[in-house]
Design a protein around this ligand. Structure first.
Ligand code: DWN
Length: 414
C-alpha cells in the first residue's frame, strides 16, 4: 500500500500529517438500505479511505459524509434487536447504579441513546435519565417507551444549554457514538461541560487493535469516522480537561470492545496503565502497525470471493445473515452480488423488505432460511455469531452451514 500524506486535518489534534493505509473504494452508505421503490436508481457513493495520525495516534477515515445524511434521513439501526447487547447493557446499568450510588436525585445522560435499550434499566429503578439521539424513529420509540429523549445531535452548545438550565450529569454514557461524530472535540467539550465535578463518563467503542489483529475491515464504513485506542482516546480527552481513569475489555462484543472510564480527575487504575503501556510496546501508536493491513485485507477478499465462487460452481445456494452496516462494507468491497448471495435475512423488522446498499440482495425475515434452506449462509453479523447460531439451530440441524468471513473465511456447522 503506497503511503500518502493527506491534506485532511486530523479530527482530534488537527495535524496535517495523516498517513493513508487502506482504500476500500468508493462505496454506498453502509446503513442506507434501499427501499423497494428506489431499487435500480443511482445510490450515493463516497470514497472510503483510512488514515493514521502519527501525532495523536488516532485512526480515521478521510471522507466526511454529513451526519444528517447518515443518521437522520434513513437510519434503520435499532439497538434492541440483539439479546446479547441488551444483556450487556443491563449489566452495565446495574453496575453503574451500585458503584455510583445512583438514586432519585441523580441524572444519567446517554448520548446516542437509540431506542432507549439501555436507559430503560435506569427508568425501571426510578433513576432520572435523559436520552439524546438525532435519529427521529429511534428517539420516538424511546419516548413512547417512557424514556425521556431529545431528538438532537449532542455537542458543547447543547451541553451549555443543559448546564445553564441547572442540569449536570452524574453519569454520562456514550456507547458506539464517539466513532460516529465528525466534530469529536466539540462532542468531548460538551461531555466535560455537562459532567458533574465528581461524575463518571463511560464510553464504549470497538478497539482499533482488534480491528487490525482480527482483520475486521468490514467494521470500517462512513458512519465510523474514527477508530480508537486507549492512547488516542486519552489524548482527545485531556485536550478538554478529562482523563482516562480505567479500561474494560469485552472480547465478544462488536468484534472486541473497550469501555473507557473517564472523569475530571487525573487518576488511573493499574489496568489503564497496562493498556497504555501495551499500546506503546506493541507498536499500536506507530504507523508501521497499520502499513501492512491493506495487503491483509486484500488477502481476505480474495479468499472469501474464491470460496463463494467455488461453492456456487459446485451448485450450492448461498444466502447471508445480518443486514448490518459491516455486512454492506463486506459485500461491496469483496464484490458479492446477487450472482453469489441470493438474499440476506435480518431480525430487525425495519430492515425487512429493503435491499442491501450497492449489491441489491433483498432483506427478508430469518424464517426464510427454513423456508428456502440455502446450503450456506454468509454470517455478515459475525459479531453475534453465538447468539445467531443458537437461534438458527433448526437451520443447522437440517444440514445448513454458516460461513464466518473474518479473520479468515471459515465454514461452520452441519
Ligand atoms: O456502531 C455501530 C455498531 C456498533 O452497530 C452502528 N454503526 C450500527 C451497528 O453496526 P452494524 O449494523 O454493523 O451492527 P450490528 O449490530 O452488528 O448489526 C447486526 C444486524 O443483525 C442488525 O441489523 C440486527 C441483526 N440481528 C439479527 O437479525 N438477529 C442481530 C442479532 C443479534 C440477531 O439475532
Amino acid at each position: 500500500m503506497s503511503v500518502q500524506t493527506s491534506k485532511v486535518p486530523c479530527r482530534s489534534c488537527g495535524s496535517l500529517n495523516l498517513r493513508r493505509f487502506l482504500d476500500l473504494g468508493v462505496t454506498p452508505l453502509a446503513d442506507a438500505l434501499v427501499r423497494p421503490d428506489k431499487v435500480g436508481e443511482p445510490e450515493d457513493r463516497f470514497p472510503l479511505e483510512v488514515a493514521f495520525c502519527p501525532d495523536c495516534t488516532l485512526t480515521q477515515i478521510l471522507e466526511e459524509v454529513p451526519p444528517q445524511k447518515l443518521f437522520v434521513d434513513n437510519y434503520l439501526y435499532f439497538s434492541s434487536f440483539s439479546d446479547h447487547l441488551l444483556a450487556h447493557s443491563e449489566r452495565h446499568a446495574d453496575w453503574l447504579i451500585d458503584a455510583r450510588n445512583l438514586g432519585p436525585d441523580s441524572l444519567v445522560v446517554e448520548l446516542a441513546s437509540n431506542d432507549g435499550y439501555l436507559l430503560k434499566n435506569f427508568v425501571d429503578r426510578d433513576i432520572p435519565v435523559l436520552g439524546i439521539d438525532p435519529a427521529p424513529d429511534q428517539a420516538a420509540a424511546a419516548n413512547a417507551a417512557g424514556i425521556r429523549t431529545l431528538e438532537r445531535f449532542f455537542g458543547d452548545e447543547m451541553a451549555r444549554e443543559l448546564r445553564d438550565a441547572g442540569h449536570t450529569a452524574d453519569v454520562i454514557i456514550a456507547n458506539n457514538v464517539l466513532a460516529h461524530v465528525p466534530d469529536i472535540n466539540g462532542f468531548v467539550a460538551g461531555m466535560a461541560t455537562l459532567l458533574a465535578d465528581d461524575g463518571l463518563i463511560t464510553v464504549e467503542n470497538p478497539y482499533v487493535r482488534e480491528l487490525v489483529d482480527r482483520r475486521e475491515f468490514d467494521t470500517i464504513y462512513h458512519e465510523h469516522y474514527c477508530y480508537y485506542s486507549c492512547t488516542s482516546i486519552d489524548r482527545l480527552m485531556q485536550r478538554h480537561g478529562l482523563f482516562l481513569n480505567d479500561v474494560e475489555f469485552f472480547h465478544n462484543l462488536h468484534g472486541g470492545t473497550l469501555r473507557w472510564h473517564i472523569g475530571h480527575q487525573n487518576v488511573r487504575t493499574e489496568r489503564a496503565l497496562e493498556y497504555l503501556a501495551a499500546e506503546e510496546e506493541s507498536g499500536l501508536n506507530h504507523f508501521d502497525y497499520y502499513s501492512a493491513f491493506a495487503d491483509t485485507v486484500e488477502g481476505v477478499r480474495k479468499q472469501l470471493l474464491g470460496l463463494l465462487q467455488d461453492l456456487k460452481s459446485q451448485g450450492a445456494s448461498i444466502a447471508a445473515y445480518g443486514a448490518a452496516a459491516k455486512g454492506s462494507t463486506l459485500l461491496n468491497y469483496v464484490g458479492i452480488e446477487t450472482d453469489l448471495v441470493d438474499f440476506v435475512v435480518d431480525r430487525n423488522t425495519h430492515k425487512q423488505g429493503t435491499f442491501m446498499p450497492g449489491t441489491n440482495q433483498p432483506v427478508l425475515a430469518p424464517r426464510a432460511l427454513i423456508e428456502r434452506r440455502p446450503d450456506y449462509v454468509l454470517l455478515l453479523a459475525w459479531n453475534f455469531a453465538e447468539e445467531i447460531m443458537a437461534q438458527q439451530r433448526e437451520y443447522l440441524e437440517g444440514g445448513g452451514k454458516f460461513i464466518v468471513p473474518v479473520p479468515a473465511p471459515e465454514i461452520v456447522g452441519g
